[in-house]
Ligand binder design. Structure first.
Ligand code: SF4
Length: 430
């Protein structure tokens, strides 16, 4: 039996796609092994969002080649899309597939393994990596508790720092009918929680006259799925009707991930983001008014052009004033082909790092405040199957990690749990 090992970098979308590929290979008789073990095929699903992400991709490729020099090594996804020429030159890489073809990996592997294939030939790649246009609905299949469901791909926004539209192409999605059909398939697996993922999820359906809001209403009616989370949505697309719907829905949870990216209007403008600080603050207050215990996470980038000490101080005070539960902090790094490369006011790398530390500290404070406010509450928890030191873990509706003594009968069930005591170091309630 042939063995496959995978390594995924980047976003939840990549994880859903890798999981879907693994499923195709196991259906075809392959066995999954750990990425650190010897395998016949190594698959690295890559990310291009920052220079650090690309460095991690190169390291993973090297690790795979060293683990078994006779194995096939396939590099797929965003970095493979944007740096095909660089990757196909790496000795030991056999297949390079961008985002349009990566779901056909099994076909390319079989082609490479076929008797008339010559192992010394250069890596297969998918013909100059044209802009990705296809759309492939997929969901992760790691455990029965929660799945990442890819409902949208690509982006039309072209924020000035972002290489994702080049790597993943324009916004596209399946129809509501097709998406609901796959949601029913997910429900049939017994999965209780679905995380809706995409590159710019809120643009679902814009090119075929359907809307994200209509998708949410249709998914809410699928029998068997108890919980939905919206993994990330652009502020300008999180409409009042979506907020009201989530607030009154039984299945959509009070948990939002709303990219902010910069805390000053000057920098938001340079980034070509489609809102300003007043709009974003109003949006968060609206959510908290409708759902006072909602968890709100925000992405923020530090060190973008124009973010001087003075602008950063403004950003820090602004973020501090917002009802954000925690932040995902990124340090800006220049990506090839992006519009920012032609812009002035670059920020020194040392200043970027210093601002990153300050923003991380603020995130820690905000997270602690959020947890403190939740102490004593009774919230529904979906219990997972993992067991550690005889304890089991789960998440509340508003995304707080909770643990209790292991009880097998509770796995994949939802019970109400009182949040009695918070353990700082492990960031978990008992
Ligand atoms: S919305 Fe902006 S940051 Fe997000 S993927 Fe699209 S271009 Fe990139």
């Amino acid at each position: 039996m042939k063995t496959i090992a995978t390594h995924t970098l980047g976003c939840k979308l990549n994880f859903a796609e890798t999981s879907d590929l693994v499923h195709q290979f196991t259906d075809a008789g392959w066995k999954v092994v750990d990425f650190n073990d010897k395998a016949d095929l190594y698959v690295i699903n890559t990310c291009t969002v920052t220079a650090i992400a690309e460095k991690k991709c190169r390291n993973a490729i090297r690790q795979a080649i060293a683990a078994n020099p006779k194995a096939l090594v396939a590099v797929i996804g965003c970095f493979a899309q944007n740096a095909t020429a660089e990757i196909r030159k790496i000795k030991g890489v056999d297949i390079v597939l961008g985002n349009d073809q990566k779901h056909n990996l099994l076909y390319y592997v079989n082609r490479r393994l076929s008797s008339d294939s010559d192992a010394s030939q250069p890596a297969i790649d998918n013909n100059q990596q044209p802009e990705p246009k296809s759309f492939h609905l997929s969901f992760s299949r790691t455990d029965r508790t929660r799945t990442f469901f890819k409902v949208q791909d690509g982006c039309d926004y072209f924020c000035t720092y972002c290489a994702i539209p080049f790597a993943r192409g324009r916004s596209r999605s399946a129809s509501i009918t097709e998406t609901v059909t796959m949601a029913r398939e997910i429900a049939a697996t017994g999965t209780k929680e679905v995380v809706l993922t995409g590159v710019n999820t809120g643009t679902f359906g814009i090119h075929h006259k359907e809307s994200f809001f209509d998708l949410l209403k249709a998914l809410d009616l699928v029998d068997g799925i108890e919980r939905y989370r919206i993994s990330s949505i652009e502020p300008n697309l999180l409409t009042d009707e979506i907020i009201d719907f989530v607030a009154s829905s039984r299945h959509f949870l009070p948990h939002f991930h709303i990219p902010l990216q910069a805390g000053s209007d000057k920098v938001l403008h340079l980034m070509h983001r489609r809102y300003d600080t007043t709009f974003y603050a109003d949006l968060l207050h609206k959510i908290k008014k409708a759902m006072p215990d909602a968890c709100i996470a925000a992405d923020i980038m530090v060190g973008f052009n124009g973010e001087t000490d003075e602008e950063f101080a403004k950003a820090l005070a602004y973020v501090d004033s917002l009802p954000i539960s925690y932040l995902h902090v990124f340090t800006f790094s220049e990506r090839p082909n992006t519009a920012v490369l032609k812009m002035d006011e670059r920020i020194d790398i040392h200043l970027r790092r210093q601002h990153s530390r300050q923003m991380h500290e603020l995130s820690e404070q905000k997270k602690k405040n959020f947890y403190r406010q939740q102490t004593g509450q009774v919230r529904p928890v979906l219990w997972e199957s993992d067991i550690k030191d005889n304890m089991m873990y789960g998440f509340t509706d508003n995304y707080i990690r909770v643990r209790r003594p292991y009880d097998e009968s509770l796995v994949n069930t939802i019970t109400h749990h009182q949040l009695k005591r918070f353990f700082d170091k492990e960031e978990v309630f008992e």
